[in-house]
Design a protein around this ligand. Structure first.
Ligand code: GLA
Length: 390
């Protein structure tokens, strides 16, 4: 178990027992993809797999981090954190370490008057890396929660999420939105986090999977495409261009009724990028309304429409993700879609518990037939957000 692994790693790396333990989950997105950096709506939830951080205070002003996937500790003076992250180019630390050290930097910038003693932190994670389940937000969330407590910052969950995003954007250099960090910090068992990415207002929306005998299967295709970061950046640029040309601060400010006007104005590709965001925002609102009025068995078509929009309009799906979605639906899933940034990673399928085995078997058989890599299939459900464990 990763809690034990984090504590054991702390002892072996730092030669003393840890003082406290914090953890943060990965996340899956039920619906609302690429809407976050368009100031739009998302409906993600925290998943049961977590990243644990065993921590201890140091008598000096240095920070050391180590993790089970790269046990050689990385050590730096707190005052020198900013030098690790040049505004151009790659961080001057191993990539994984830029996440927790970036959070330390962002929190010290946000709370310049706080007394921040040195820290030793050992991470152990059970969140699969590269599956689109936000292993990076999990490490940011665990680090931020630990620092918030040991530095007595008194920051709320949203402030910690913002520090995580700043680390990701400015320390790691990935141009992501705020969805992952908010999902990780605000998670609730059996509820998804409905987030307005402009106001950062959150509402826990009960998903009711358990009462409806449903579960969500992750189908991790175990493929990541080399152009995923470039593709993400390019989509973001198209959206910003689309908003500027339409004279609005963000695509969030357009509705489905504005699409006819957008179609006249844009080339085909830009129009389809804009249409994905505008319709996806509406689908998030429709999903929330449907969960409230009719329950989770009724959201399947919205999930499928979201996938089709990502496949055809936003063009971020892959043959493996399309196959996962199609074979799950053919075997009786109520809905399915790719989840996360795209260009590889995982799909999610909403299934009746009684059909889960058959859906999994059908997906595996189709992948084998087509010569794809064997997928990793497992059930998830909404779980608790970041917290102190001990
Ligand atoms: C990645 C990013 C998020 C979000 C999703 C797409 O997970 O980290 O901010 O943009 O892609 O919805």
């Amino acid at each position: 178990m990763s809690a034990t692994a984090a504590r054991a790693l702390f002892e072996s790396a730092f030669g003393r027992p840890s003082e406290a333990l914090f953890s943060a989950p990965g996340r899956a997105n039920l619906i609302g993809e690429h809407t976050d950096y368009n100031d739009g709506y998302v409906l993600p939830f925290a998943i049961p797999s977590r990243t644990f951080a065993a921590v201890g205070v140091r008598p000096d002003e240095r920070i050391r981090v180590t993790s089970t996937f790269s046990p050689e500790p990385v050590e730096v003076a707190l005052s020198e954190l900013a030098d690790l992250f040049p505004s151009e180019g790659t961080p001057r630390v191993p990539e994984w370490a830029a996440y927790p050290l970036g959070v330390a930097w962002a929190l010290r910038e946000r709370f310049p008057d706080a007394v921040t003693p040195g820290l030793d932190i050992a991470f152990a994670s059970e969140v699969p890396v590269g599956a689109g389940l936000s292993s990076s937000a999990a490490i940011e969330g665990a680090a931020a929660s630990a620092m918030n407590a040991l530095w007595a910052l008194g920051a709320d969950a949203t402030t910690l999420a913002l520090a995580g995003r700043r680390a990701e954007n400015e320390a790691v250099g990935a141009p992501t939105g705020i969805m992952d960090q908010m999902a990780v910090m605000h998670g609730h068992p059996d509820a998804a986090t409905f987030l307005d990415c402009r106001t950062l207002e959150v509402a826990a929306i009960p998903v009711g999977f358990v009462d409806a005998d449903l579960e969500l299967l992750v189908i991790d295709t175990r493929t990541t495409h080399a152009h995923s970061t470039g593709g993400y950046r390019e989509r973001r640029a198209s959206c910003e261009l689309g908003a500027a040309e339409m004279g609005v601060p963000a695509l969030r400010d357009l509705t489905v009724a504005d699409l006819a006007r957008a179609e006249e104005r844009f080339d085909d590709v830009t129009f389809r990028r804009v249409r994905h965001i505008v319709t996806e925002n509406q689908r998030v609102l429709d999903t929330v309304a449907t969960l409230r009025s009719a329950g989770p068995t009724a959201i399947g078509d919205l999930l499928v429409a979201s996938h089709v929009s990502m496949r055809d309009d936003f063009e971020i799906s892959t043959i493996e993700l399309d196959t996962a979605v199609e074979s799950a639906l053919a075997a009786g899933a109520l809905g399915a879609r790719m989840t996360g940034g795209g260009f590889g990673g995982a799909a999610v399928a909403l299934v009746r518990v009684a059909d889960a085995e058959a859906v999994e078997a059908a997906v595996r058989a189709t992948f084998a037939e087509r010569g794809f890599r064997e997928p990793n299939v497992f059930a998830i459900w909404p779980a608790d957000g970041a917290h102190r464990d001990a």
